[in-house]
Design a protein around this ligand. Sequence first.
Ligand code: PMP
Length: 427
Amino acid sequence: PYTGPSADEILAKRKQYLSPAVFHLYSKPLNIVAGKRQYLFDENGRRYLDGFAGIAVVGCGHAHPDVVQAIVDQLNRVQHSTVMYLNHAITDFAEALAAKMPGNLKVIFFTNSGTEANELAMMMTRLYTGSNDIISLRNGYHGNGSATMGATAMCTWKYNVAQSGIQHALNPDPYRGEFGSDGKRYAKDVEELIQYGTSGRIAGFFSEAIQGVGGIVELAPGYLPVAYDIVRKAGGLCVADEIQSGYARTGSHFWAFESHGVIPDIVTMAKGIGNGIPLGAVITTPEIAQVLVSRAYYNTYGGNPLCTAAGLAVLKVIEKEKLQENAFVVGSYMKERLAALKEKFELIGDVRGRGLILGVELVTDRKLKTPAGKEIVHIMNQMKELGVLIGKGGHHGNVFRITPPLCFTKEDADFLVDAMDYTISKM
Ligand code: PMP
């Protein structure tokens, strides 16, 4: 049993010693003291179903023994920077990861976070093309560094500091966007941004195939192939931010961009690829990777033995336990059940996503799509009381984000949806 400080004591210290900008999910924040696969445990030993692991943990779930063992073994051998020395942990993982990529995406730069991966990718597009202008999508989230905050396009996450050279295209959002699901029409906006807002040549285009922080918005079908064409004609590189949506989570494919039939020039990933261990990566072609040889470029901890040993173990678990297939089967089932809830409750305006990255948008008026901001907070807190944790997001903060570990079962999906059903019924 847990004998450490209580939630209240931790909260008091957090207020005293940690940044006042730090926020937490629940009105009474949870003290998480242990995790096992799809479950988290609080200080009283109460078990919660983790429906929001995707912000940090991908597939194998919490404390997977294979991953823990790989980390412990590596720590017992050596932990250091791999900048100056050779170590097979980084090359083993790089080889396995490259095998998961389509096309000629075979060269990897490791980082410690998603922000770092996108910062590096942005710099690479600028170096490779000699252009400065970058286009990203409204409602996208790409990080909190100076360049990536510029690419992020939601005021919640932006400070008023220099974020130069980045413009934001219309979001091909099938639910709220003005062209509905007509991807090609939104893509025209990329062309216009290039024509009217740049010299006609650009460095690159950044997008998530399913916007995570933005509230699980799946880009309208047909958008990416046309947008990629337009960007490439203007000399730009196409970058897929797979930090939240990638790595087997969508179930149908390993990478979320694959369901749009495109191959990016650069792919960035982080979060779950280390199943909670700080690990990010930028993957590109050998030709584009050459842009970094003109100067010395390194990252002290990027690709360190500990994190890459964890990365390899995670990838092996995903394959051994067929977690991509599981994400497809369980995710499709859960989406069907959520869609049935939409029929039952006016409050649910939209159900979307694929695999185990699902969104449920709450509105107080279906026609006006008025965000149900208060309601979502209430439901989330009530579901926590029932033992289910899910996240929320979207520009209006009115979308449930359901991104459980990929080892989620159908029974877990039933429990989650039942808890939501029960809570909304009681309102
Ligand atoms: N891109 C996407 C799509 C993300 O969801 C996030 C994190 N929410 C980031 C980039 C930034 O990653 P990190 O927080 O690891 O810097």
